[in-house]
Every structure is written in C-alpha cells, then in structure tokens.
Design a protein around this ligand. Structure first.
Ligand SMILES: *Cc1c(COP(=O)(O)O)cnc(C)c1O
Length: 404
C-alpha cells in the first residue's frame, strides 16, 4: 500500500498554485514530475563530482564515470538485460528509435516489409517511414477496433517471410491500451523478424523484463519515469547491437582513428558518441531506485483504482465519450464532451488549476481513425489522488456549462 500523502511531499512542484488554485497535474503521459531525490541527484553531481567521463585518470573523472556506469547497471537490473552494455544511453525514446531505424538502412532491401500498429506515437512512425524512403521497404499497419485494441488476427495475416521488423508501443500514450507485446514478439520471431517495443508509455506503470519478453530492442525515456528530460535508453540484444552500424561518429565511440580508417569501440560506447548527459543519466538511475522502492506492483494497483474511479466519475458527465476502452489499459483517459473542442475545455480547466493535455497527442492516425480533431487527455500518476479526480470532474462540469 502506498502512502500517497507522504509520497506527495517528495514532489516539490505539487505544492504549487496555478492561477490561484492548487495544482492538479494530470498530464503525466506527457511527462512526469520529479521527486526531490532526483532533483538533488542532479544538483549533487554538479556540486561535487562534475567531470567528463571515461577519459580522465583524475579522481573526479573516475567518480563521475563510476556514478554513470552504476546508473547503467541499475537500468540493466531494472529491465533484466543480460549484459550492462546492452543498455545504451540516448537522449530519449525518439533518439533511440532513430538509432535503430537509421541502422537498418544497410540491412534492408526493396520489397522488405515492416509492420507498425495503428496506435503509434509519431516518433514510432516517422523514422520508419524515412527508412522506407531510403530502402524501398514497405510499411504495413496492424489495424485496431473502436475500443482501441489491436486486431491480432490481422497482425497474423500481415506476417510473412518478407517481414523484417515489427515495432509497436507497449502502451498507447493516446488511449492507454496495453498491447499484447509477448504475443506480438513471439509471432514476429516465428517468421524471423526483429521487434522493437516502444516502452515510453509503459515504463512508468509496468516493469518489463527484456529477457522474458525475448524482445530485440526496447526503448524508453527517463522523463516519463520521474527522471530528467533529455535522457533515455536503447536496450538491444548484444547480437543486434553488434550488427547495427553506429549512428553518430565522434569522440568516445572509436577504438582507433587515422585518416585512412577508423575502427569503432565496443558496446555500449559504439552508440554513445560525444559527451553524454552525465547528470541526467545519474539522475535517471536515482529515479529508477525511487520507483522500485515504491514498488511497481503497488504503483499499478493504486493507479488502476484511480483509473476505475475516474472513469466512473467522468462517465456521469452527459455527452462525455471516452476513446480507448480496452480492458487492459493504464491510467489514461482520453475523452471529448459533445461537440466542444478539446482545446476550449483544456483552457478553461487550466484556469481552475487542472493541467491536462489537449490535441492529437502526437498520434494523428488514431484521431483520424475516430474522425475527431483530438481529445482531452487526463493521465494519472501514483502521486495523484481521488480528491484530484473530483476536482477534475467539477472543472469539467464548469467548462461544459460555460461552453454549451
Ligand atoms: C512520449 C512518447 C514517445 C516519445 O518520447 P520522447 O521522450 O519525446 O522521445 C514515444 N512513444 C510513446 C508511446 C510516448 O508516450
């Protein structure tokens, strides 16, 4: 059982007032708030051990390197990677996907097929479209039903010997749907295709075991997991990471450089050119510790209670329609009220201190599927309360009265 009152004290930003009202932060699917330990971790790094890593013989550099590599081991343990060097630090999910999509350029041929789902974030669509343009590979789409669930039979029909890669988000940021990724991975492997799972939206709610999943690539962003912005991971199976060419050239990623020929460093350095976000990586490790101390099972249980309560409550509002009604979903509620534009609702409830996302949530194909311009999205974290759900409800009633 989580002590939410106590947990909220860890998050200094939550004490704030917005437009004269207590902040009700319900945009966690866009980014999470940061506990004091994560903020302290960044400040401590810069106040006590700031130095460049992997380069110096001096004490500070060694301390910084140790802290950086400890973070890698924390991430390895968290995701149960076999080797710590299978965890590559990147700037985030988008960066991680681009590393893989660019790396596949030389591995594909015209007519090869790639499979994506109908409910992806743009960052798990566009890099692959660019890959298709470069290679002549063809993109196939797993359709979904109106509840926001993938049609797994259709997925089965898309798979063939031509399929080289499948990339699907574990959880949809716009709908909250938890996809059956184990089944997706196993079916892809039966035809010899590799799988990338976009874990950006699942990571704050579900602890994934990359070995149990047998996934080839798994990507995530620290900022959705109570960590800082500008940091993320690319997990890849060792054999795949060795097969892919480096994404960027520069310092740190080489073994030997002459003007005739350069040889690349071993993993993970091959994919970590240049000075990384050292403070961010260390703070990412702190965030992972923080969440594991709370316990992912406890987090999921509490967030599911919030979701059930909020769903029931919001459905009492006449004319409110929820998009994404899968049985398996995280604490995200995407909705519209009558014909009111989501932006207008967002603007009014912001005046009441309630912060939600409005728009297409970087997932335009989903909005096209439902034939809507966008939704209002309330996304809940473990530090949100039942009282905040009530504040949201009252704010929506107020907005509806004003706008209709
Ligand atoms: C947030 C998100 C991304 C993009 O993450 P960045 O941190 O912006 O790179 C990709 N996919 C999903 C499902 C997301 O929720």
């Amino acid at each position: 059982m989580l002590d939410i009152k106590k947990i909220r004290v860890d998050f200094p930003i939550l004490k704030q007032q917005i437009n004269g009202k207590p902040l009700v932060y319900l945009d966690n699917a866009a980014t999470s708030q940061k506990p004091q330990v994560v903020i302290d971790s960044i400040v401590n790094y810069y106040t006590t051990i700031n130095a460049n890593i992997h380069r110096g013989v001096h004490t500070l550099s060694q301390k910084a390197t140790d802290a950086f590599e400890q973070a890698r081991e924390k991430l390895q343990k968290h995701f149960n990677a076999k080797k710590s060097y299978e965890i590559i630090f990147t700037a985030g999910t988008t960066h991680s996907i681009n590393i893989v999509a660019t790396g596949f350029t030389s591995l594909l041929q015209k007519g090869d097929e790639l499979i994506v789902s109908a409910m992806e974030h743009h960052s798990n669509i566009v890099p692959w479209q660019m890959l298709c343009e470069r290679t002549g590979a063809v993109l196939k789409i797993i359709p979904m039903n109106s509840a926001g669930e993938l049609l797994m039979n259709e997925y089965g029909k898309l798979l063939s010997k031509k399929t080289k890669l499948v990339f699907v988000n574990h959880v949809s940021n716009a709908l909250g749907t938890i996809n059956p990724i184990k089944e997706i991975i196993d079916k892809a492997h039966q035809v010899g295709a590799a799988v990338l799972i976009d874990g950006a939206q699942s990571c704050p709610h579900i602890k994934s075991d990359v070995q149990a999943l047998d996934v080839d690539f798994y990507v995530a962003s620290a900022h959705k997991l109570c960590g800082p912005t500008g940091v993320g991971i690319l997990y890849g199976k060792e054999a795949w990471l060795n097969k892919l060419p480096p994404y960027q050239g520069g310092g740190e990623m080489i073994k030997e450089v002459t003007f005739e020929k350069t040889t690349y460093a071993d993993l993970p350095h091959k994919f970590e050119a240049g000075t990384p976000n050292i403070a961010g990586v260390i703070a990412f490790g702190t965030a992972i510790d923080y969440l594991n101390n709370l316990g992912f099972d406890n987090i999921a249980t509490y967030e599911n209670e919030l979701l059930q309560y909020a769903t029931k409550k919001l459905l009492q509002i006449e004319g409110l329609k929820i998009y994404g009604t899968s049985k398996h979903k995280t604490s995200v509620i995407s909705f519209n009220i009558d014909k009111i534009h989501p932006y207008d609702i967002g603007t009014i409830i912001d005046k009441l201190g309630v912060e939600v996302r409005t728009g297409h949530h970087c997932a335009q194909p989903i909005m096209d599927f439902y034939k809507i311009p966008g939704t209002v999205r309330a996304s809940f974290s473990f530090y949100n309360t039942f009282e905040e759900v009530d504040v949201l409800y009252n704010a929506l009633i107020r907005a509806k009265t004003m706008l209709s």
